[in-house]
Ligand binder design. Structure first.
Ligand SMILES: CCCCCCCCCCCC(=O)SCCNC(=O)CCNC(=O)[C@H](O)C(C)(C)COP(=O)(O)OP(=O)(O)OC[C@H]1O[C@@H](n2cnc3c(N)ncnc32)[C@H](O)[C@@H]1OP(=O)(O)O
Length: 176
């Protein structure tokens, strides 16, 4: 369900973690930019670069799956919960050339307790362009302790002392 304090439709969501491969500022990352949509949905874009290749001139399937995963993960901002990917099923419908701007959209389809069912689509070149990839996913709600208990100490310590990161955690979790 859309949280009453969720970002308004069209509002950029920013990075949930500056070093995230998907939405952070990693030199080799996706640099994916997501925005809030209507209800519990998001839109996102990312441009396939040469470092994202699998076959010559084409995006690697794992990179495209990562873009879908990141877009689906952005739904956290609208629910104000922290969820992580439990299951991600991907259809690769057509090849995606380097230089393509991939337009993604994702939405929550059902919630049962901690389980959040969601789906995503990536289209070539425009929001109504040809479908290149699709995903059905199950995300599972976790507490912030999931990261504190499992993450490498140096990154966790840095995140816990970064006021911007603490602010992001609060935007995801009502009672961190
Ligand atoms: C600070 C801001 C940071 C914010 C950070 C946000 C990050 C977003 C980044 C993008 C998304 C990612 O890549 S996240 C990173 C990739 N994902 C991960 O690393 C997750 C690794 N997996 C895990 O840690 C764990 O397996 C969990 C947390 C997913 C689930 O473990 P658990 O908490 O012990 O829960 P568990 O009882 O096993 O499962 C709960 C319910 O879900 C079902 N379930 C669990 N896994 C599956 C599955 N694969 N397929 C079907 N169903 C499943 C169970 O049957 C159960 O159903 P029932 O019996 O209740 O019916």
């Amino acid at each position: 369900m859309r949280h009453p304090d969720a970002p308004a439709p069209g509002e950029p969501l920013g990075a949930h973690y500056d070093q995230c491969f998907g939405c952070g500022h990693q030199p080799g990352g996706l640099g994916l930019i997501a925005r809030a949509g209507e209800d519990v949905s998001v839109t996102a874009e990312f441009t396939v670069r040469s470092g994202h290749q699998g076959a010559p001139g084409l995006a690697h399937g794992g990179v495209l799956a990562a873009a879908l995963d990141e877009t689906l993960g952005s739904l956290n901002w609208l629910q104000r919960t922290i969820t992580v990917t439990g299951r991600l099923e991907t259809d690769f419908v057509r090849p995606v050339p380097v230089g393509t701007e991939l337009h993604l959209e994702a939405q929550v389809t059902a919630v049962h307790g901690r389980k959040v069912y969601c789906s995503a689509t990536g289209r070539i070149g425009a929001p109504d362009g040809p479908v290149a990839v699709r995903a059905q996913a199950l995300f599972i709600e976790v507490r912030v302790d999931h990261f504190i208990e499992n993450g490498r100490a140096e990154e966790i310590d840095a995140a816990l002392t970064d006021p911007d990161q603490v602010k992001v955690a609060r935007a995801f979790e009502v009672n961190p």
